[in-house]
Design a protein around this ligand. Sequence first.
Ligand SMILES: Nc1ncnc2c1ncn2[C@@H]1O[C@H](COP(=O)(O)OP(=O)(O)OP(=O)(O)O)[C@@H](O)[C@H]1O
Ligand SMILES: [Mg+2]
Length: 314
Amino acid sequence: MLGPWVEKYRPQSLDDVVGQKHIVNRLKQYVEEESMPNLMFTGPAGVGKTTSALALVKSILGEYWRQNFLELNASDARGIETVRTDIKNFCRLKPVGAPFRIIFLDEVDNMTKDAQHALRREMEMYTKTASFILSCNYSSKIIDPIQSRCAIFRFTPIKAEEIADRLKFIAETEGCEYEDTAITTIVNFAEGDMRKSVNMLQSAASTGSITEDHVFEVVSKAKPQEIKKMVNTALMGDFMKSRDILREVMILQGTSGEDMVNQIYQDVSGRVMSGQMDGDVYMNLIGAIAETDFRIREGANPRIQLEALLAKFL
Ligand SMILES: Nc1ncnc2c1ncn2[C@@H]1O[C@H](COP(=O)(O)OP(=O)(O)OP(=O)(O)O)[C@@H](O)[C@H]1O
Ligand SMILES: [Mg+2]
């Protein structure tokens, strides 16, 4: 189990990319045609933008892809000028052993408008020798002149089923046993983010085995059953006992104050929706929950605030 699984299981070819089928099919056409326009990949984190870019580059540039490929991060700590110098130096050279050269620029949405205008001029200047692949989370942050020079590909969160299958494949390849409920829990927390999912899987595996309990531990979230029990005891009037549960969850599992409030909110909302709690009671509680949420965000001591919240449940 050496190294991070996210790298070990990063798909090397377009065929291995999970989901994003429309995008992958169009990218494969570029490979067949041996040419591509400037591309812009947008979408949430961990869904395959960098992965697809690398896979495309390898198959379109072939054997000498390394020599003809430049990967840069727009939010480079050394500043945007360094990035531009790197682009200039790279574009001055002719492609070697490949039809053209490719520059992959990540996190373009972190560039200022001025820097984006400069980038746009560079994209124009080097159209003959280089193609750009720009990657960002929000295309709305990219200036129109750049957007209109790119074919835009919108990556979407990966479907729960596809993530589950991938996680099972990885666990099996690594020879790790897993509980199905552990996989479901990871998928629920990950919200379509494959990187997050694979990281959670590896963390759970490193604690011994991929069980639901271990997943809750590694994400430092309380189990819904524990929150339910805590809320129940408070509603039934046993403050001291519900306070014990609160302490146990926060200290032993390291659940943060913000997560606790959120989970309490989810629990209470679930009760109203399933008719287990009256609307009136809910209306009283939600005010107290909102107050606690606000105070914790403002920096108040989470344990004191949460104990006060439980006291209001009595
Ligand atoms: N579609 C996918 N199929 C298979 N694995 C994936 C996919 N998307 C992400 N992964 C896994 O997650 C890791 C990170 O993915 P990637 O670097 O492509 O994310 P990204 O979309 O570029 O995210 P960011 O916006 O944070 O840069 C990969 O190394 C791989 O292990
Ligand atoms: Mg990326």
